[in-house]
Structure formats: C-alpha cells, structure tokens
Design a protein around this ligand. Structure first.
Ligand SMILES: NC(=O)c1ccc[n+]([C@@H]2O[C@H](COP(=O)([O-])OP(=O)(O)OC[C@H]3O[C@@H](n4cnc5c(N)ncnc54)[C@H](O)[C@@H]3O)[C@@H](O)[C@H]2O)c1
Length: 335
C-alpha cells in the first residue's frame, strides 16, 4: 500500500512510518522540521527512515498548499495520515498563531489536496484535549466536546469539523482519531516522561503541576501504531457501523475514534513507576495547576475495540522501561 504521512520527523509519524516500511509498504513522509523542540532529535528520526529504499521524504510546510497538493498528486497514495501539527498544550498559551497556521491552514491544505487528488482513506490526528474538563468519565466519542480549555484543543476540534464538512461535500472517507498522552522511545522532549527522566538523570527537581492530583490515560506508542494500522483498514461506511456507540456520521463517511486504553494513572503513581525503574527517588517540586491543564483524561476504548478487536494494553512499567532504555542509549545525540 502507499501511505502519505505528514509529520514523519515527529514522534508518532516516525514510529508509524517505520512500522509500515518494515511491513513492506511505500511511504512518503512530509515534514517541515519546525523548531518547536530539538531538531537533532527530528533529524535522527528522519535519518532512520531514509535508510529504507521505499521511503521518500518531502521537507516542507503544511502552509504551502501547492507543495502539499503536488506531493500528494505525484505519489497518489491509498491512504493519507495527517499527523503534522503544532502540538503541545502549554505552548498554545505562548504562541497561538503557530496553532492557527499549522492546525487550521495546514490541515485545510491537506483536505483540499485530498479533495483534488482523491484518496481511499484520509486519517487525521486529533486529541483527548478536545474533551476539556469534561466531568463525565470515561470520555466517549459521542460526548459533547465543545468546551476546549486551550487554543490547541480548539484548533483540533475545528480540524475535526472541517474534515466532517469535506467528508460530506466531497465524499472523502475520513477517520479522525483522538490520541491520549502517547509515550515511548523517541518521544517528545516537551512531555512529562521525557522531562522527568531528563531532570532525574541530571539530579534536577521535577516540576509537578496540579499538586500531583491530575491523571492521564497513557498510551504506549507501539499500541497506538497498531490501532492506527488496524483502523486504516476500516474505511468509514454503513456496513461497518457499530450499533449505539458509533460516531459514523449520517451526513458522510466520517468517523471519530478514541485511541486510548481506558486505564488512567495518577501523576504521583506515574512518578513512582519512573522512580522504581530508575531505582532513584525524584526531587519533587509541587506547583499549582497550570492555565489550560485538564484534571484528567480517560478514554472509552469501546468503539476502537468494536472496530478493530483490540485496544492499547501495554503496562506503564513496560513502556517506561522501554523509554528509559532508549533514553540511555541516545541521551548524547538528542540534546
Ligand atoms: N504525542 C501525544 O501524546 C499526542 C496526543 C494527542 C494528539 N497528538 C497529535 O498527534 C500528532 C503527532 O504528534 P507528535 O507527538 O508526533 O508531535 P511531534 O511534534 O513530535 O510531531 C509533529 C511533526 O509535525 C511537524 N510539523 C509541525 N507543524 C508543521 C507544519 N506547519 N508543516 C510541516 N510540518 C509540521 C513537526 O516538524 C514535527 O516533526 C499531532 O497532530 C498531535 O497534535 C499527539
């Protein structure tokens, strides 16, 4: 199969592309190498992908609609998986325009290219952040999710809605997935696991927001990749509608799916797991909740399970162990 993936120098795009290449598929990866975090890390991921003869990298920004369209038209993919975005909850307070440009204009360019070129399945990365501070747990895809707490969440929700309209108007089969705190080797330096391990390795304090009372439904990267690949084969259509819990639209081939295991973990338990695996206590600095933070995330995996027959299951201690092993090997080259 031919996969066009945006964001392949990023954490999730790298893992997804590598797996597909290992399985013998052809991949074109589109990434603008934005300076949001260490370019050395992005370059190292890209260098690992270009080892595969069936990988081709396009360096460019999503905001360049002509380049996005021409790259897709030249490759004629079976599936487009749009992962590139300005990610990060906290940075959206500092630099909202980056989110507007990448997540709205950039995503619209991907939609336009899909409309003009045509594609069998368009898949888009949204986020658990769209549920905001929803008190109803677990979070079901059918829940009302229109009270975003951050501009990041607002742009992702808007992307979901834009994609729905394109699915309706132009009959583009579209799956939008909502990811829940993804972690693992080659992970993002702005996320908690990376920051905690780095600080603990360097004998620095770790900053614990919300006085440690927050919880997150962590998803191990390999499980996430399994789910994306499983879902790529489930092209939204009436014949795969799941009774009662489905989000498959009545107006077009569009579906929203959570990718999360439904096993949230408290921040303090998360830290204890890291301490156990590193065999080292953390020096804790307790801080209040930050603006825009949500107290908890908790996925209902029911729709994912019904569509694919499995859900993320890797335990936190296994996943953190894998991250640590990677971190120790690569610490010097990712600065
Ligand atoms: N990692 C998580 O826990 C998580 C959770 C929820 C949703 N998501 C979503 O999953 C997707 C992938 O996240 P990730 O963790 O791999 O992030 P990442 O930042 O590691 O990867 C994103 C990649 O997109 C590229 N990019 C960003 N803006 C671009 C632009 N305008 N043009 C071209 N390239 C651009 C970056 O250079 C980067 O390599 C994102 O859409 C993110 O919002 C991630």
């Amino acid at each position: 199969m031919r996969y066009f993936i945006t964001g392949t120098a990023g954490f999730i795009g790298f893992h997804l592309a590598r797996r597909l290449l290992e399985e013998g598929h052809e991949v074109v990866g589109f990434d603008g190498m934005t300076p949001y975090y260490s370019l050395r890390l992005k370059e190292a991921r890209n260098a690992a992908l270009v080892q595969f003869p069936s990988f081709h990298a396009v360096m460019g920004m999503l905001e360049d609609g002509t380049l996005v369209k021409d790259s897709i038209a030249a490759f004629r993919p079976d599936v487009i998986i749009h992962l590139a975005a300005q990610a990060g909850v906290r940075y959206s307070l500092e630099n909202p325009k980056a989110y507007l440009d990448s997540n709205l204009v950039g995503s619209w360019n991907v939609l336009e290219a899909a409309r003009e070129v045509g594609v069998g399945h368009l898949m888009l990365a949204s986020t658990s952040s769209v549920y905001g501070a929803s008190p109803g747990i677990p979070f079901h895809e059918t829940d009302k999710a229109d009270e975003p707490l951050t501009f990041y969440a607002a742009t992702k929700k808007a992307m979901e809605l834009m994609a729905h309209s394109y699915a309706h108007l132009h009959k583009i089969p579209t799956t939008a997935f909502r990811f829940f705190t993804v972690y693992g080797p080659w992970g993002r330096p702005d996320m908690a696991l990376f920051k905690f391990v780095k600080a603990m390795t360097e004998d620095q304090e770790i900053e614990i927001y919300g006085e440690g009372k927050m919880s997150r439904d962590f998803t191990y990267i390999d499980d996430l990749v399994d789910s994306i690949i499983d879902l790529s084969a489930v092209v939204p259509a009436e014949d795969n509608r799941v009774p009662e819990i489905d989000t498959l639209s009545l107006q077009g081939p569009f579906r929203l799916v959570n990718i999360g295991g439904g096993q949230p973990i408290g921040l303090l338990d998360f830290i204890e797991t890291i301490e156990t695996i590193m065999a080292k206590p953390a020096r804790r600095k307790m801080l209040p909740m930050q603006k825009g933070d949500v107290p908890r995330t908790f996925a209902s995996p029911d729709l994912l399970l019904a569509l694919t027959g499995r859900k993320p299951e890797t335990t936190l201690s296994v996943g953190v162990g894998e991250f640590l092993e990677w971190y120790r090997q690569h610490e010097h080259e990712i600065g």
